[in-house]
Design a protein around this ligand. Structure first.
Ligand code: AGP
Length: 614
């Protein structure tokens, strides 16, 4: 996710843009930039770092101009640096463009444009887009508004863009598909453009939310002209903002954690966007393709991570052993680094880290790298320390995760690890075509299944109310659901401060069952799958000792429904993909319980978002 801001009107553009970018830093903050049109022409300032770094850099520079665009970046293609920061400029220097989203077919577009003489200076997909618009305008007699529309017809992916023409300070062109874009209507001839309403609300409450595949022109005459990608006119629907600023930064949600839980259909989609092509029946993981031999000949995979990322690693153990038939060891990074571990050159080490800055994980991969292993990173922050320390990797594209308790990052990690396991299994011939394509097709339906689970939020809140005063809790799961039980327990304890433990359901008989009494809530992932009957037996063992059962069940399951004190129904899916769905109700449950206990959901006590110290 990135933040975009544009302004045209009578005021100085720069202060409005900078203030707006600061409001949008929760969307991304690894680099930023601004383009202004003034007497000097098109003036561009771009810097790695936060918006405040850009502000410091421009302190003594010319910042005049009543039209401009600005961008705060969450890198997806091209690491965070001054060159890759937005705005990006066309080859003839006339167009400046800012973009939030992912252009999936940027590589082929870049190749075509290079063959037509275009020269690129950055590693970004965005630069390709501004050159494409330039190319269309140059080769047709279309104006900029039409050139943007024609160019976007060739684009596959997500975008929210603003385009500024050096030779026309009277207008801005904007367009939107899958990424958000709001147009604020100020004084006559004054418009504010942004990723959401937070940079706009202090100037005007009258906004138009562009819909997908709409292109708009705004100008000093006060025109707001919208067409769709087929060039059919669209009547602007002007709304009046009701939300207050603070709520807007959270997208209307009460907390970042809740917002991020609800972002999961989008973040899971962004994980496989551009990697999984259902039409071609192929998954493309360039970080694996480039080292195909190492993956095909790997004798062992070692996964190093901490916390929630370690739980994603446990899911990956089941995925790689089940699908790719490669032995996997999952290690707490902090233990691995000090255990004098045996590491061989034909080992592959996967480091999983949302922040990409966790000290123990970083130390673990440095140790493995020194011993000759191949290091693969699964990170969410592009250009983070861990991602730069690995030989190759795959970003999760989940967007910034602000809530300390990891939610969308976990399901994004599991999505990427699923794509990886399927890719390696396919290369090794360890998975049948039928299963490979079936799991791909089913993975594409997961965002909708997660959406359906989110709709059970009210029922989950009722259950939370019943168990909010528990002092202990047990989470049980088998197979692919065992790591989900651990993750559910971690979510509860880290934000509600209730002691919770996750266990393999069968393991309960080896001790924890002594804990069971009528005060003990036992959350059981009891979805349909190979171990369903066994889990049902475990539920009966808990019931026999008066334990309270809260079961996550497959829609339509009547058996467990009859045994459980409470249940949450989730859509059925293959057990391999179940962690992506069954985790979500446990996230919501923890969120509501913590809230009811008056805990600080986004910043729990004693915790930090990234543990960069040992
Ligand atoms: C999870 O909710 C916690 N925030 C914590 O366990 C976290 O997963 C762990 O610190 C690892 O962080 P990383 O993914 O950024 O490396």
């Amino acid at each position: 996710m990135c933040g975009i801001v544009g302004y045209i009107g009578e005021k100085d553009a720069y202060p409005i843009i900078i203030k707006g970018l600061k409001r949008l830093e929760y969307r991304g903050y690894d680099s930023s930039g601004v383009a202004l049109l003034n007497d000097q022409g098109l003036t561009l300032y771009k810097r790695k770092g936060k918006v405040s770094d850009l502000e410091e850099f421009t302190e003594s520079k010319d910042k005049s101009g009543s039209i401009g665009i600005g961008h705060t970046r969450w890198a997806t293609h091209g690491e965070p640096n001054d060159v890759n920061a937005h705005p990006h400029v066309s080859g003839d220097g006339k167009l400046a463009l800012i973009h939030n989203g992912i252009i999936e077919n940027y590589a082929s577009l870049r190749e075509e444009l290079s063959n037509r003489g275009h020269v690129f200076h950055s590693d970004t997909d965005t630069e390709v887009l501004v050159h494409l618009i330039e190319d269309v305008r140059k080769n047709t007699d279309l104006n900029l508004f039409d050139s943007v529309r024609v160019a976007l017809n060739e684009v596959i992916g997500a975008y929210a863009i603003v385009v500024l023409d050096k030779e026309n300070d009277d207008e801005l062109i904007v367009a939107k598909k899958s990424s958000p874009l709001v147009v604020g209507i100020g004084e006559p001839g004054e418009f504010f453009i942004a990723s959401d309403a937070t940079p706009i609300i202090e100037y005007t409450k009258n906004v138009v939310y562009l819909e997908d595949e709409e292109i708009a022109l705004v100008n000093r005459k006060g025109d707001l002209k919208i067409v769709n990608i087929q060039n059919q006119p669209v009547t602007p629907y002007i709304q009046e903002l009701e939300l207050q600023l603070e709520a807007l930064e959270k997208g209307g949600y009460d907390h970042f954690m809740l917002k991020e839980i609800y972002e999961q259909p989008r973040s899971i989609t962004d994980c496989f966007r551009g990697r999984m092509n259902l039409n071609k029946g192929l998954i493309k993981m360039s970080g694996i393709d480039s080292y195909e031999g190492k993956w095909k000949n790997a004798k062992r995979i070692i996964i190093v991570a901490c916390g929630t990322s370690w739980h994603a690693g446990l899911v990956a153990e089941y995925l790689f052993e089940d699908l790719a038939r490669i032995p996997v060891e999952v290690e707490y990074a902090s233990e691995f680094r000090y255990r004098n571990p045996i590491i061989n050159e034909d080992d592959i080490v996967i480091a999983i880290s949302q922040s990409g800055e966790t000290a123990d994980t970083l130390a673990a991969i440095k140790l493995a790298k020194d011993k000759g292993a191949h290091i693969f990173g699964v990170c969410n922050v592009v250009g983070s320390t861990i991602s730069r320390e690995t030989h190759s990797g795959a970003y999760t594209h989940a967007g910034p995760e602000i809530g300390v308790a990891s939610t969308k990052a976990f399901t994004a990690q599991v999505t990427v690890l699923t794509l990886m396991a399927l890719t390696v299994a396919r290369k090794k011939g360890a998975v049948s075509d039928e299963k490979y394509h079936r799991l791909m097709a089913e993975l594409s339906t997961i965002p909708d299944k997660v959406e359906r689970v989110l709709q059970t939020n009210d029922e989950i809140e009722v259950i939370a109310e019943i168990y909010k005063d528990a002092t202990n809790a047990l989470y049980l799961g088998r197979g692919y659901s065992f790591p989900v039980a651990l993750e559910g327990a971690l979510k509860l304890k880290e934000i509600s401060y209730i002691h919770a433990e996750g266990y393999p359901a069968a393991e309960m008989k080896h001790g924890p069952i002594a804990l069971i009494d009528e005060e003990m809530p036992v959350f059981v992932i009891a979805t349909q799958g190979p171990s369903y009957e066994k889990v049902v037996s475990n539920i009966q063992e808990v019931k026999a000792r008066k334990g309270k059962i809260i079961a996550i069940i497959t829609e339509g399951d009547k058996d467990v429904k009859g045994m459980a004190d409470h249940y949450i129904e989730i859509p059925s899916c293959d057990e391999v993909l179940m962690p992506l769905v069954s985790t979500v109700p446990l996230q919501l449950l923890s969120y509501h319980i913590a809230l009811m206990r008056g805990c600080n959901v986004d910043q729990p006590r004693n915790l930090a978002k990234s543990v960069t110290v040992e």
